[in-house]
Design a protein around this ligand. Structure first.
Ligand SMILES: Nc1ncnc2c1ncn2[C@@H]1O[C@H](COP(=O)(O)OP(=O)(O)OP(=O)(O)O)[C@@H](O)[C@H]1O
Ligand SMILES: [Mg+2]
Length: 366
């Protein structure tokens, strides 16, 4: 399963306007997103990488220090004819932006933005982060400054709610509770009459009447904005499903992350989408092309330090063979997709040099 046997990562990503990196926790999604960004900039494209919670030192390397992160930030890259930009996903600011966009006027926007339920709870509702990630992606895709948007996803199975996130919002808008809460806006009923409605009375008992009153006020303020949100959600989904969008799975050569990557592939397939590429990250490096058996034979023939070196080489070849065995089910499951291996580097990848080293492995330039 070597990168040489089936690679073509560059081909698989050719013409991509949106790249979504997914995989389980800690496998290297954020690193991969940054590497793909650098590669695209080297290829002359103007690319923006949207990261989610990058490790501190990687954030520093990408210029994502506090205060600069919520907006795309240009990163100087030597020898790159294109441009690399990076930003961090800011769920709250994105939600605020949507509210401003679809509010009928400034006063409706203010009523929502100042509402306590909105401030405290709306950003934390399940699916919101995924929805706002999709929204950010859509906004950046329409931004003339960029040719390509690369998104990192959160380390959870929910990452692909992303694909259903606009649907999550639409379901939320269709929810019985939401409909009941919207009633007063339509019928001129006050918050207190409304709180007497059976569904809300029951809800108030659970969450407390203050919270309920804030929530009711929020949904009332929201009146009239659903259609804007719905249309936007449809546009976002259409972009994710279009052929300018590519999905890249990242895994490490361990059963759990490989299983998780296969689960992601299955989720995509369920939505009629396919994986463009899989990256098996942190595979032990090999030195040369000999098999474990050949290295062992050489060890037997050599003596002293040379013999020890050959024994080492044999051991590493064994480890890599085992790792490739672990990854094999994923390789089979995504037949037709590009496949690349990235060696385990000595230390963490936290600067542009480390990212460049990974880029060289991914794109077969060693
Ligand atoms: N090939 C590699 N060799 C050595 N270290 C690596 C390699 N790839 C990634 N790392 C390191 O592994 C850690 C996790 O990588 P990264 O943050 O990209 O993963 P992630 O999938 O985004 O994690 P999370 O799910 O927590 O967001 C980082 O410290 C990174 O520097
Ligand atoms: Mg990450």
């Amino acid at each position: 399963m070597s990168a040489k046997r089936r690679s073509g990562l560059a081909g698989a990503l050719h013409g991509a306007e949106v790249i979504v990196c997914c995989g389980s926790g800690g496998v290297g999604k954020t690193t991969t997103a940054a590497v793909l960004g650098i590669e695209a900039a080297r290829d002359g494209r103007r690319v923006v990488v949207v990261t989610i919670d990058p490790a501190r030192r990687l954030a520093d390397a990408l210029g994502l220090t506090d205060g600069l992160a919520a907006e795309p930030h240009h990163i100087e890259l030597a020898d790159a004819p294109g441009e690399l930009w990076a930003m961090m996903l800011d769920t709250t600011a994105t939600f605020d932006g949507l509210v401003r966009r679809y509010a009928a006027d400034e006063s409706q926007a203010r009523r929502i933005l100042d509402n306590r339920f909105y401030r405290n709870i709306a950003g934390a509702l399940s699916g919101t982060q995924e929805y706002m990630a999709a929204e950010t992606l859509h906004a950046l895709h329409g931004d003339e400054r960029f040719d390509q948007v690369i998104v990192d996803t959160p380390p959870s199975r929910n990452a692909l709610d992303f694909l259903e996130a606009p649907g999550v919002l639409t379901r939320f808008l269709d929810h019985k509770l939401f409909k009941v809460m919207m009633l007063p806006a339509r019928r001129g009923m006050g918050v207190f009459n409304l709180a007497a409605q059976p569904v809300l009375r029951a809800t108030g008992k659970v969450v407390g009447s203050d919270v309920l009153a804030d929530a009711v006020a929020f949904f009332q303020a929201f009146a009239g904005m659903e259609s804007g949100f719905r249309e936007r959600a449809d546009d976002v989904l259409a972009l994710l499903r279009s052929d300018v969008t590519r999905f890249v799975l990242v895994a490490s050569p361990r059963h759990d992350t490989i299983d998780e990557a296969m689960w992601f592939a299955g989720q995509l397939a369920r939505q009629d989408l396919s994986v463009s590429a899989a990256i098996v990250n942190r595979v032990h490096p090999t030195f040369g092309t000999w098999s474990a058996q050949q290295a062992r034979k050489r060890a037997g023939e050599a003596s002293g330090p040379a013999a020890a070196l050959w024994r080492n080489a044999a051991e590493l070849a064994d480890i890599v063979a085992a790792e490739r065995g672990v990854a094999e089910p994923l390789v089979k499951a995504i037949e037709g997709a590009a496949l690349a291996e990235v060696p385990l580097l000595r230390g963490d990848v936290h600067d542009l040099d480390g990212l460049a080293q990974i880029g060289a492995a991914l794109f077969d330039r060693q």
